[in-house]
Design a protein around this ligand. Structure first.
Ligand code: ATP
Length: 372
């Protein structure tokens, strides 16, 4: 078992153009780390630097406590699974999986035993004599995983391994990879642009944007305590609603916040957090997740009325696209709350809403960093 450590790692492809800047990360020995972020943010480059497929411009990378900056990929004790599977088309499934052991001159009977065991785990025993072209996408991906597992590496590196699969198969393989992670007890570093994969698979998420780490944390931390507007907006679907330039006022030790045309006295917990940080009056960005706005009942204070423009029925829940003056936002309500929402074309209805003020996020209007 082993961990990976990256210390202030940089990658400069062209002069002055950094694909990755000041990347630092330390994993535990049995950790599922997911690097997530939009296309071009430097995820694959980071993974390839760990694998040794890409030189690093500055910084240090350690695997299992050993500095590997100048170590050949083949000596790093890692296995990588690629998006395009990278199987050898002229070899059978058995030989594709066995190849790395054959190269290392592992005795034939041990190779056979290990390939059979891996094939059994992945449910591909019946395809061992086939060539990759006679397999479905999901089966090919299993072979690619098998090829990595059979080597019993210290670290698994996976680069968007599920992105070529259809939605159903992707969900199924996601569960299988989680099971594999628990069975193998090693460290997985997994690259994806899909925030659902990140949330469901990771023990630790690294959110990246423009070559920079935005936040590192558990899925819960990232979801409930995003460190800035980027992370808050990237993680969660539908994404968090943002209201720009909302006046926050501190008067006589009490904070009030105005957004959606309403002046709210913030709840006690938020008051404390703001005064502990000595936040002064000024403009803030308010972030509210769709599930933290609900249909108001008679008991609610501070109701906000807004216009329902479109409803999207998802089965167990409905997404309501709302408008109030210039602001558009989405709320998520259980399907049974109002039968009208299950019908198409309920537009132009005014609804009374209640906002869970204890769940809102406030960000600095200039730096876009989380205040509370
Ligand atoms: P994607 O999800 O699209 O694969 P990514 O987050 O994995 O994106 P990278 O592939 O790591 O992003 O690329 C990061 C940046 O580095 C991009 O701007 C890309 O154009 C650039 N880049 C990657 N490889 C090279 C290269 N060999 N030469 C020059 N620039 C490169």
């Amino acid at each position: 078992m082993a961990g990976v450590k990256l210390s202030h790692v940089y990658k400069e492809f062209d002069k002055g153009n950094f694909a990755v800047s000041d990347f630092s990360l330390e994993t535990g020995e049995h950790e599922f780390v997911v690097l997530v972020g939009p296309s071009g943010c430097g995820k694959s480059t980071t993974l390839r630097m760990i694998a040794g497929l890409e030189d690093i411009t500055a910084g240090e990378i350690y695997i299992d406590g050993k500095l590997v900056n100048d170590m050949e990929p083949k000596n790093r004790d890692i296995a990588m699974v690629f998006q395009n599977y990278a199987l050898y088309p002229h070899m059978t499934v058995f030989d594709n999986i066995a190849l790395s052991l054959q190269i290392r001159h592992v005795p034939k009977d041990i190779i056979r035993e290990r390939v059979m065991a891996v094939a059994e785990t992945l449910g591909i025993s019946q395809y061992l004599n086939r060539k990759p072209r006679a397999l479905s996408g999901g089966q090919r991906q299993r072979v690619a995983l098998g090829r990595a597992i059979v080597r019993q590496p210290k670290i698994f590196l996976l680069d968007e391994p599920l992105s070529n699969l259809d939605a159903k198969l992707r969900n199924q393989m996601r569960t299988e990879i989680i099971k594999l992670f628990h069975a193998l007890g090693t460290t997985f570093i997994y690259v994806t642009h899909d925030q659902v994969e990140a949330m469901t698979m990771a023990t630790k998420i690294v959110v990246m944007s423009d070559g920079l780490v935005q936040q590192i944390g558990s899925p819960r931390e990232i979801y409930h305590h995003p460190s800035n507007v980027f992370t808050a907006g990237f993680m969660g679907s539908p994404q968090m609603n943002f209201f720009e330039r909302c006046p926050l006022e501190r008067k006589d030790g009490q904070y009030t916040l105005t957004f959606l045309g309403t002046r709210f006295l913030l709840p006690q917990e938020k008051q404390q957090q703001l005064s502990q940080k000595n936040v002064q009056s000024g403009e803030v960005i308010v972030g509210v997740r769709p599930e933290d706005i609900r249909l108001a009942t008679q008991e609610d204070d501070d109701k906000v009325s807004a216009l329902l423009e479109v409803s999207e029925m998802l089965g167990n829940e409905v997404l309501l696209h709302m408008r109030k003056a210039q602001e558009s936002f989405i709320i998520r309500v259980p399907e049974f709350e109002d039968a009208r929402f299950s019908q198409v074309g309920v537009a132009e209805t005014t609804l009374e809403l209640a906002i869970a003020l204890s769940k809102i996020h406030l960000f600095d209007a200039e730096t876009r960093v989380n205040l509370i």
